[in-house]
Design a protein around this ligand. Structure first.
Ligand SMILES: [Zn+2]
Length: 200
């Protein structure tokens, strides 16, 4: 029980309240103990180790870990206090991340074919100067890819329902973003979504 709690994911914010990393409870508590980070609660207050330990004693709603000498609540979000130890993550432009971004789904017709029948399509074909960038590649099923060939989508009546863009690193992270709408994470992830730079 305690082990699994220590391994739970904790969202890490930089000093500008932007999500920059995901770590686990064990590492988060070490950072807070060493004064490298503060715990963030849902009223946006921040706590150093002492005040978090004090809050842990009086709160009934927080989930706690018992150490031999005291109880400490499990943080969900921490904020780095000094310069960022974790530089903002960049999403690598890789085959795997394109598949993750597009949900293994053909972006033209919406089907989810077997994985080996998915292809990476250049929206503006390379033969017409289209680049291999986040905003010019999408997953396409073989049927749509064959149909499209070296033409522009509009020329053959194909339309992309959404404009491809560079994903936020959390969308491609192997950490599970908690689906719970009320999670404290959500506040900061929504923030990240709206503030993510759209330029490469
Ligand atoms: Zn298709």
């Amino acid at each position: 029980m305690m082990q699994s709690m220590l391994n739970q994911s904790v969202l890490v914010l930089n000093r500008h309240w932007a999500a920059v990393h995901v770590t686990n409870v064990r590492r988060a508590l070490i950072l807070v103990f060493g004064d490298h980070a503060k715990v963030v609660t849902d009223d946006y207050s921040t706590h150093n180790f002492e005040s978090w330990r004090d809050l842990s004693q009086v709160s009934d709603s927080l989930r706690k870990i018992a150490t031999p000498s005291f109880q400490i609540a499990v943080p969900e979000v921490i904020m780095l206090t000094r310069f960022s130890k974790f530089p903002p993550r960049q999403v690598k432009f890789s085959r795997r991340n394109i598949y993750t971004r597009d949900n293994y789904t053909c972006q033209y017709c919406g089907v989810i074919p077997p994985k080996d029948e998915l292809t990476i399509d250049h929206v503006i074909p390379r033969s017409r100067g289209g680049k291999s960038t986040w905003d010019n590649v999408v997953l396409a099923c073989m049927r749509c890819n064959m149909k499209k060939g070296d033409r522009m989508p509009g020329e053959i009546g194909l339309k992309l329902p959404t404009q491809p863009r560079k994903p936020h690193w959390l969308e491609c992270s192997h950490f599970q973003v908690r689906p719970n709408e009320n999670s404290l994470w959500q506040k900061f992830l929504d923030n990240a979504y709206w503030n993510v730079p759209l330029q490469e």
